[in-house]
Design a protein around this ligand. Structure first.
Ligand code: TGC
Ligand code: FAD
Length: 404
């Protein structure tokens, strides 16, 4: 190639910035505090997660030491008030934390979502003052790790059919049953568990590690979220002190309210995974030469990159607006379903396209794309499957429930 030809093919990043993943200037809509927190989490991911994640993934090993570190950098309980050890930040801060962590790995974001939205949130929103003081500060620092038990072996999309139950014994409850697919359960210090009482009403109870009759065996053999630890929760006549029942809310609406928060965070997290895939593919396309030209000069590759950036930008706008609605207390379950569903599908599609841009190299551990792709297969299933979110939207649009 002569110099003129080369100029036509490559816009050099050092002379003129190429379109980055903030194409519509989302950062202009953020506060200085948002940007500062986003940057510090980004640095943490680069320094502490990226160097170890592939090794952890290959060995199906959860890097437990990160729990303490997440606590130190304030990643847990971003929206929980400071008096309970949380950050006292808004919903957009929480979203940005999820986005930056998932650039590293969805499994690491999972740990933070579960701790923040599914363990700290229910204790904060439905817990007694004693429960808040006892658990929240320790969960915020990472001294305690929590898990959330809703799904059962025979009740996944339909948690209302759960059979895990509590019996009132006068001065305590007896808990029986089991939960399946529980993130963090084998190493968790506490579990927020949803169970039916004698009248069939769902309640949340806090189960502590070491209680007699309680075990949490690990689920092995996952091809997705391999750096996150997943297990069961088994309750065999576990004696639960009365003060461990969450008194503030009962019914299926209680766990579903926690899911609103976690699903919102996932809508941001998925953007992070997509951004990492897009950036990897863009860089590779500019460097990889075929037919004497960088593959980025071919129209088909440019189409892929242009569509990826468009989808990332649309997803960012969706989550940002949802965050504003959440800050105002106005976000609905259906709006959250739309964002979780759209953004996870967007990320999985981008991972697949990005993988193709890398050709054979795309399937190797040298690049993060295939790991993101495998992770996103769990993300599109947990917190409500892709189709369940479609049906939640269908219900909102038509007023007709199509689940049953
Ligand atoms: P349905 O009749 O629609 O509702 C039952 C009651 O709940 C109320 N409700 C809500 N309340 C608060 N917030 C929400 N988001 C609510 N959604 C519904 C509703 O008003 C009703 O109240 P009431 O007073 O009339 O009784 O319930 P349904 O049994 O028909 O089920 C509906 C369905 C299918 C949408 C729901 O159950 C569902 O979302 N299924 C998906 C299950 C799911 O998402 N599981 C996630 C488990 S946790 C997880 O995956 C963690 S992954 C963590 C990680 O590693 O990141
Ligand atoms: P099922 O409900 O059996 O669904 C199977 C298929 O049937 C899906 O395609 C679904 O969309 C479809 N389907 C079901 N009902 C309908 C319907 N009415 N109409 C049309 N299609 C339908 N759960 C927790 O409680 N806590 C956790 O921490 C947690 N972490 C997880 C971590 C991982 C890695 C994974 C994979 C799951 C985790 N889950 C957790 C469970 C997760 O929420 C469930 O897997 C999910 O809700 C789906 O339930 P299921 O796997 O039983 O699938």
């Amino acid at each position: 190639m002569n110099t003129q030809e080369e100029k036509n093919f490559i816009r050099k990043p050092q002379n003129e910035p190429l379109p980055q993943t903030d194409f519509y200037g989302i950062s202009d809509l953020l506060t200085e505090e948002h940007l500062l927190i986003q940057e510090s989490i980004k640095q943490f991911v680069v320094k502490e997660i990226n160097p170890i994640i592939d090794d952890c993934y290959e060995k199906a090993y959860f890097p437990r030491h990160l729990v303490k570190q997440f606590g130190e950098i304030g990643a847990f309980g971003a929206t929980i008030p400071q008096e309970y050890g949380g950050g006292g930040f808004d919903e957009i801060t929480y979203g940005l934390i999820m986005q930056e962590i998932e650039k590293g790995d969805s499994g690491m974001r999972s740990t933070v979502s579960v701790q923040s939205s599914l363990v700290m949130y229910p204790i904060f929103a439905f817990g007694s003052e004693e429960q808040k003081r006892k658990y929240l500060p320790k969960l915020a620092t990472g001294e305690f790790l929590g898990c959330f038990g809703l799904t059962e072996p025979n009740h996944g999309s339909n948690p209302g059919g759960m059979t895990t139950n509590i019996k009132d014994m006068g001065d305590h409850y007896i808990l029986n049953g089991s939960k399946m697919w529980i993130s963090n359960s084998p190493i968790a210090d506490i579990a927020v568990v949803w169970a039916k009482n004698e009248e069939g009403r769902i309640h949340g109870v806090i189960v502590e590690k070491g209680m007699e009759g309680f075990s949490a065996p690990e689920i092995h053999g996952k091809w997705s979220l391999r750096a996150s630890i997943t297990g069961e929760l088994v309750f065999d006549n576990v004696k639960i002190p009365k003060e461990n029942l969450l008194p503030g809310k009962s019914g299926l609406g209680a766990p579903l309210k926690c899911l609103d928060s976690a699903r919102y965070g996932i809508s941001w997290g998925a953007i992070g995974a997509a951004m990492d895939c897009y950036e990897t593919a863009r860089k590779y396309a500019l460097e990889r030469i075929q037919f004497d030209k960088p593959i980025a000069s071919f129209q088909l590759i440019q189409k892929k990159l242009s569509e990826m950036l468009t989808e990332i930008t649309k997803a960012q706008l969706l989550s940002l607006r949802l965050g504003q609605l959440k800050n105002e207390g106005k976000a609905t379950t259906a709006q959250i379903s739309m964002a979780k569903r759209n953004n996870v599908e967007m990320a999985i599609n981008i991972a697949r396209e990005a993988r193709q841009i890398l050709g054979g190299m795309g399937i190797t551990q040298d690049y993060s794309i295939m790991r993101h792709m495998m992770n996103l297969e769990s993300v599109i299933t947990y917190e409500g499957t892709h189709d369940i979110h479609l049906l939640i939207l269908g219900h909102e649009i038509t007023g007709i429930q199509a689940f049953k």
